[in-house]
Design a protein around this ligand. Sequence first.
Ligand SMILES: NC(=O)c1ccc[n+]([C@@H]2O[C@H](COP(=O)([O-])OP(=O)(O)OC[C@H]3O[C@@H](n4cnc5c(N)ncnc54)[C@H](O)[C@@H]3O)[C@@H](O)[C@H]2O)c1
Ligand SMILES: O=C(O)C[C@H](O)C(=O)O
Length: 329
Amino acid sequence: MSKPIVSVVGAGNVGEHVANILAINGIADVRMFDLARKTENKVFEVVKGKALDIKQMAISLGKDVNVEGFTVTPEGEGYEALEGSDIIVVTAGFPRRPGMSRDDLLSKNVGIIKVISERIKQYAPNSIVIVVSNPVDVMTYAAFKLTGFEKNRVLGMAGVLDTARFKTFLAEELNVSVKSINAYVLGGHGDDMVPVLTASNVAGIPLTDLIEQDRLNEIVERTKFGGGEIVNLMGTSAYHAPGSSAAYMVEAILKDRKEIMPCSVYLEDDDAKYYEADDIYIGVPAKLGKNGVESIEKIPLSEEERENWKKSVESVKAGINRIKELNLI
Ligand SMILES: NC(=O)c1ccc[n+]([C@@H]2O[C@H](COP(=O)([O-])OP(=O)(O)OC[C@H]3O[C@@H](n4cnc5c(N)ncnc54)[C@H](O)[C@@H]3O)[C@@H](O)[C@H]2O)c1
Ligand SMILES: O=C(O)C[C@H](O)C(=O)O
């Protein structure tokens, strides 16, 4: 039986881990796209090598999946094989280095997203697009505008990752399984992200009843700077948890799971009114199923959380205004 097709554009650290997990889980055939790597004497088609290697890895685990690599150019040549993709995960672009913020990547990465979005529109007009490239809320907004797709078919990955970090620290602190933890990190994927304590609990018991306030504040701060912690340790940004988080979203859509998870989604109308943010991509709980984003949930926020939320909205808005000023969308 033929499998769904998931394309991964940008087969660097994150992209290859997305491909890796999808192939190991055997749930989709994977097409990977990336630039050639040029040295003085030779041009390497690294993406084709990575695809072959990942396919052989899956086969070694008894999985019948197809994984193919395609070399593309920065100008947008080589994307024909996007045709037929059910989902496209966009992981192309520069990662940050120590000392940088995600927003420092904005002007370089938006040009990359522009070319890729145009090719997605051309070759895979019915696909669902999950953007990972940073600053992710702004890049997802750009992909939404540039593809012209309906809002349910363009979303960004961040909240699943930020929430996984929060849950990691809570599970360690309380010595409980992650399965007993309900937690949400919402807002933009930046230093202003909002771990929502009022909606987070362990077996229904509020975190504030389980952890001293000062210690809880430390955990919240560590979560908010969780990406930076890894950048400072590795010299580049995380890719195992980001790869698995994006793959988790892909699987929820392919399997029509109707699972609610925090995703960067487009807010307008009723949702914009509730979240006090219009014409923006930002992290809120969203139900994922075969149509992509099937609904947006209105999570209750305390007064303090709403104030923090507003700050996060302002940060994302500033990024969106910057790309508007660059006349790229
Ligand atoms: N949203 C999140 O939570 C999250 C998490 C981790 C990383 N990221 C972001 O994902 C992006 C990728 O991170 P990474 O660690 O994989 O970086 P990486 O440098 O390892 O990989 C990026 C890949 O993109 C490719 N690329 C660059 N320009 C391209 C173009 N014009 N067309 C096609 N491919 C192109 C590069 O060749 C490279 O292989 C970064 O922007 C990073 O900040 C986001
Ligand atoms: O921290 C980064 O720059 C990458 C990513 O956004 C992350 O949170 O790991």
